[in-house]
Ligand binder design. Structure first.
Ligand SMILES: Cc1cc2nc3c(=O)[nH]c(=O)nc-3n(C[C@H](O)[C@H](O)[C@H](O)COP(=O)(O)O)c2cc1C
Length: 216
């Protein structure tokens, strides 16, 4: 059962990386709404290279915890969304992407350009560049889901503390998959984590060029 729906501004201000969850199951329709938010994220050429494995069973959560440096919240969360990128996704999906795009009004000139430039661009990547590209795309969908869950009144915990090979083994992932991050969702148990604070704007934001303060 969700509680305390929030506006997006509230969710952004109040979100904390939740240290512990109460393990109550998450209703399927809520999970669907959260996943839909991720699937609506933008991606380069609309390639949507993300793939998500939703782990809810006690048995799989326990195994996933073992692949995540024994982080207790993996087992306590109502659901853990394992966010992956598929380095071969563009090969399999390009035709479908163009077909869907045409239905939504994609001009033929755009489709023709994508048909040649996507394979050129994607096949030029080294494996490190591919991982960086997948991280960039998948984290957008991940953030959409995290904020949607928070708006709906859930608590969340993003996680990068896992072992790539072990997660692959537990989830039986194809070799072309790259695990980007884990998103634990549920309701917090016990006190929330401290607020670590954030740098004030002048520390990280510049105006017009590096080093110049943005005048607001
Ligand atoms: C991509 C990413 C990975 C993270 N991985 C972990 C993790 O494995 N374990 C953990 O306890 N916290 C993890 N965190 C939580 C951060 O420590 C936390 O977001 C940060 O300290 C700021 O706190 P706040 O989110 O509560 O504002 C991760 C956060 C992000 C964004």
């Amino acid at each position: 059962m969700t509680k305390n729906k929030k506006t997006l501004s509230q969710a952004i201000q109040e979100r904390r990386a939740t240290p512990s969850f109460d393990s109550a199951p998450i209703p399927a329709e809520d999970l669907r709404q959260i996943l839909d938010a991720g699937l609506h994220a933008p991606s380069g050429y609309n390639l949507q290279p993300w793939r998500f494995v939703v782990v809810q069973s006690a048995e799989q959560k326990k195994k996933l915890r073992g692949a995540s440096y024994n982080q207790g919240k993996v087992e306590e969360a109502s659901a853990v969304i394992v966010a992956c990128g598929d380095s071969d996704g563009w090969r399999k999906d390009l035709d479908l992407i163009l077909e869907q795009g045409r239905k939504g009004g994609m001009p033929e000139s755009y489709a023709a350009q994508a048909q040649s430039s996507v394979p050129n661009y994607m096949s030029s990547f080294s494996s490190g560049q591919m991982q960086a590209w997948l991280n960039k795309q998948v984290m957008l969908a991940f953030t959409h889901m995290m904020l949607m869950a928070e708006v709906m009144g859930y608590d969340t915990a993003p996680m990068e503390g896992f072992e790539q090979d072990k997660v692959h083994e537990v989830l039986r992932l194809p070799l072309s998959y790259w695990v980007v991050a884990l998103l634990a969702i549920g309701h917090a148990k016990g006190p929330d984590k401290f607020d670590g604070g954030r740098f004030e704007i002048g520390h990280t934001v510049f105006g017009e060029e590096f080093g110049k303060p943005l005048k607001l």
